[in-house]
Design a protein around this ligand. Structure first.
Ligand code: PEP
Ligand code: MG
Length: 887
């Protein structure tokens, strides 16, 4: 029989760190720490699969009850205390712990085992009745809230009243007697609200808590968190039952959280916060602003020395930055948790590179540790130096990036406003897991209380979202939906700008500027003056050594081509030539071409366009010297270029010598019911071959000119929206004829390729035939997704979110490639195309080319390259390295 309960304590454990799937992250690491000899209070873990079994059957199996009973008696032996023993009671914490960390998302109960009898035992054992009654009151409050559903504010009301009638300024001033009578009032409240007495039997308490932890897997906030972080819903959570140690036993006790390196900058220094005479939840919940960890050296010197040594040992053992929770009970240190610490991207880069230099990990490990999507953070904007604004307040810089938005003070309002397309900054006294949907909706988060490890800080950092926490100068009124800082009042809807890298809060919507990495890429700052760029570059160089896929960029101008190259692009995978026709006087020549009555008129207009196109292409070839440049022939329907009425139409009619009615007739004749499926793509070049001819000539003339200037040109001409090989054959013939003519006249040879986009299902289905005419395939997955799903690219936004909310589709197929359907067509087309033409070059140029999961698919499907927007190039490079390392 497979066991479901794993014990740890007194130097030996049933589990190890490799059992995260079974024990959850927390349970696996508690076991590992025990095995390492780190002081951990004894306890046991119920395996995560039991959560799913319970949720499916709504009852606890007899086998599990037996196993828990056995583990509990072992725990009693290990701790020398007995569960429910009135003279020396064993008290436990009951906590969730999933395989993937979900900070603050599920339930925790402390001090379980207390009742009217055992409280006396705790008072005697600790010689501190006040402490015992305070622990009991906390337990009743927590348990009744989590397990019995009594609203927490009802307890807080009673607590506030008790302070008032006893004249206590804070909870700490409440006497043992006051707390004792408060517990009595709590019991009455529970009975009044639920109709049931508070359970005194520790066994009943224990199972109530375990079931509540299991149930918490299905809470909205937990489900939302898993959805946002792509965590499987069927993992379930393990339950950790650990004997209590008390950080609130007096001034020789305390509790804290710490990171083995700075989670914000990555600096190699022990970084953390602690509270004297407090329980763990006080630190994490951000209720009291804690002290910096260095002060522990004075307050709790012995424990501090041991903590320093332990954190170092844990980091060396796990070979990664650790986030630890500890408690000191009467001078003795206990570790309650260790896990891989969440960090900002700048910190992640610095830690990974430092650890390579320290010999802890290899360059390949470093590459694997940075998630492609994380790179966005070092490309984040910062507040422009020209803003010259004075901050209204400064808080802790919890998560970098600069962001502006309208202040909102309620997570539901944040969500509603964001759904209306507004930019919001969520401002809270502190955040709790209940605020998660508001944090998701906000551009940035600002809190008045809590430290770098508070809920807001941890969650925002994990999401790569700008956050400032512990901004004590803020006086927030949630009722009035406003905040005050000195004599400035900010009400809901007023703009704020936050700089999460420095902790500064500004009024208004300030201009932002590119990050340091971006400034180097844009050529404004020299690499040697930019340490964060150097780290980025070093890691990307390692990633490049590991990947097999090439990465190109989708760009349309010489300037963007240069930027793309600085991002590491290895060519252009898509130059959308229509974008070149929209600017300035080009649009007039283009319009002349469209309204021309005959081929002669069209050619005259095209002759005007040719030099403009040629100049663009020459600039692009120069920027991409030595690298392939894929130029796509004109794609969109012609009416997109025409004016949509009014003054613009009158001006155009006049400049073309047409009456407004004549122009209107042309425009009407071109209008289509369904332009996406209409006269666009190669269908234009087939009906008007002179367009293809002009574009081909412009490309070859530019290529010859550039080549004469010593530039290594590699044009790849791409035909859009092909559905039958005959279309490609037709266009190819025109292109080849233009090549012969240009090279004949100019007397220079240029190597080039002619290929096609595969962006219609019929093209994929007949790829074997199409390959006879193609030197390469480039998958246009925007159109291929649109046409495979029969889902309009332009209209899907209206209803697709409903599909995602209801789980009918796992992802937006326009962002993450639909491997099941669209991917099947792609795989088939690659296979059939290469059967016809072995070694056929294959790439992708739809938006998916910059999405990490889609890049993985392209790697696995044997693509030669992916192409994406310049900003996504580093993401795609890293994703390609990850894909190669995983296969
Ligand atoms: C595509 O369809 O994927 C593509 C790249 O072309 P466009 O987005 O220009 O239609
Ligand atoms: Mg397309």
């Amino acid at each position: 029989m497979q066991r479901s309960v794993y014990s740890f304590g007194n130097g030996r454990a049933d589990g190890t760190r490799d059992m995260k799937r079974t024990l959850g992250g927390k349970g696996a690491n508690l076991a590992e720490m025990t095995n390492l000899g780190v002081p951990v209070p004894p306890g046991f873990t119920i395996a995560a699969d039991q959560c799913m079994t319970y949720l499916a059957n709504s009852q606890v199996t007899e086998e599990l009850r037996q196993e828990v009973a056995t583990a509990l008696s072992q725990l009693e032996e290990a701790s020398g205390k007995r569960f429910g023993d009135a003279s020396n009671p064993l008290l436990v914490s009951v906590r969730s712990g999933a395989a993937v960390s979900m900070p603050g998302m599920m339930e925790t109960i402390l001090n379980l085992g207390l009742n009217d009898a055992t409280v006396a035992g705790l008072a005697a054992a600790s010689s501190n009745p006040r402490f015992a009654w305070d622990s009991y009151r906390r337990f009743v409050q927590m348990y009744s809230d989590v397990v019995m559903g009594v609203p927490i504010h009802r307890f807080e009301q009673l607590l506030a009243t008790k302070r008032l009638v006893t004249g206590a300024a804070s909870d700490a001033e409440l006497s043992a007697e006051a707390l004792q009578s408060l517990v009595g009032e709590y019991h009455q409240l529970v009975h009044a609200v639920t109709g049931q007495p508070f359970p005194h039997d520790p066994q009943v308490q224990l199972w109530g808590a375990i079931e509540a932890v299991w149930q918490s897997w299905t809470l909205k906030k937990a489900v939302d968190y898993r959805r946002v972080n792509s965590i499987a819903h069927d993992l379930g959570t393990a339950v950790n039952i650990v004997s209590m140690v008390f950080g609130n036993m007096g001034d020789d006790s305390g509790t804290g959280v710490a990171f083995t390196r700075d989670p914000s900058t990555g600096e190699h220094r022990f970084y953390g916060e602690f509270l004297v005479n407090a329980q763990g939840e006080d630190v994490v919940a951000g209720i009291r602003t804690p002290l910096p960890i260095e002060e522990m050296a004075q307050r709790l010197p012995g424990a501090y020395e041991q903590l320093l040594e332990t954190q170092h040992r844990l980091e060396q053992h796990f070979r990664d930055m650790q986030d630890i929770e500890f408690t000191v009970e009467r001078g003795k240190l206990y570790l309650l948790q260790t896990r891989t610490g969440k960090r900002t991207t700048p910190a992640a880069l610095r830690i990974a590179l430092d650890m390579v230099d320290e010999g802890l990990i290899t360059p390949r490990d470093a590459v694997k540790r940075i998630q492609p999507a994380q790179l966005d953070q070092v490309l984040h904007r910062v507040i422009a130096a020209t803003a010259h604004a004075t901050p209204i307040a400064v808080g802790l810089p919890a998560s970098p990036g600069a962001a502006s938005g309208m202040a909102v003070f309620d997570p539901d309002v944040a969500e509603q406003r964001a759904q209306r397309g507004e930019q919001v900054v969520l401002v809270r006294e502190e955040t709790t897991p209940e605020d998660f949907h508001g944090i998701v909706a906000a551009r940035a988060v600002l809190t008045a209380r809590g430290g770098m490890t508070s809920h807001a800080a941890v969650v925002a950092r994990g999401m790569g979202k700008c956050a400032i926490v512990g901004c004590a100068a803020l006086e927030i009124s949630h009722e009035q939906r406003s905040m005050k800082v000195g004599d400035v009042t900010v009400t809901e809807g007023e703009w704020l700008t936050l700089d999460g890298g420095t902790g500064r809060v500004f009024l208004g919507d300030l201009p932002t500027q590119p990050s340091e990495v971006m400034r180097v890429i844009n050529g404004v700052v020299a690499p040697e003056d930019a340490p964060s760029y150097q780290r980025f570059h070093r890691l990307m160089t390692w990633a490049d050594e590991d990947r097999r896929l090439r990465v190109r960029a989708n760009v349309d101008t010489p300037r963007d081509a240069r930027v793309a190259r600085n991002f590491g692009a290895e060519g252009i995978g898509l130059c959308r030539t229509e974008h070149m026709f929209f600017e300035g006087d080009r649009i007039t020549a283009m319009r002349e071409m469209i309204v021309a009555r005959d081929e002669g008129g069209r050619r005259r207009a095209l002759d005007k366009l040719l030099p403009m196109q040629r100049a663009d292409f020459e600039g692009i070839f120069q920027a991409m010297d030595g690298l392939p440049v894929t130029i796509r022939l004109l794609d969109p329907p012609l009416h997109e270029f025409l004016p949509h009425g009014g003054e613009e139409s009158s001006l155009l009619a006049a400049s073309l010598g047409l009456s407004r009615q004549e122009l209107q007739r042309v425009v009407s004749a071109l209008r289509e019911t369904n332009p996406m499926l209409g006269h666009r793509g190669c269908r234009l070049g087939i009906v008007f071959p002179e367009i293809t001819e002009m574009q081909a000539r412009a490309i070859f003339e530019a290529a010859v000119r550039a080549q004469r200037r010593g530039i290594d040109v590699r044009p790849e001409i791409m035909v859009p929206l092909v559905s039958d090989v005959s279309e490609l054959r037709h266009q190819r013939a025109i292109i080849e004829r233009a090549a012969e003519q240009v090279m004949g006249v100019m007397g220079d040879q240029v190597q080039y390729l002619v290929g096609t986009m595969i962006e219609l299902p019929r093209a994929a289905l007949t790829a074997d035939e199409i390959a006879t005419e193609a030197d390469f395939f480039s998958f246009g997955t925007n159109d291929l997704t649109q046409t495979t799903f029969g889902l309009s690219r332009d209209d899907a936004g209206r209803f697709l979110p409903h599909y995602l909310d209801r789980g009918l589709l796992p992802d937006d197929p326009f962002q993450v490639l639909d491997v099941k359907g669209v991917g099947k067509l792609i795989r088939m087309a690659v296979r059939d195309g290469r059967d016809t033409t072995p070694g056929l070059k294959v790439g992708i140029c739809g938006e998916h080319g910059g999405d990490p999961r889609s890049v993985t698919f392209c790697h696995e499907s044997g693509f030669d390259y992916v192409s994406c927007s310049p900003f996504r190039v580093p993401v795609a490079r890293l994703a390609a390295a990850h894909a190669a390392l995983a296969s």
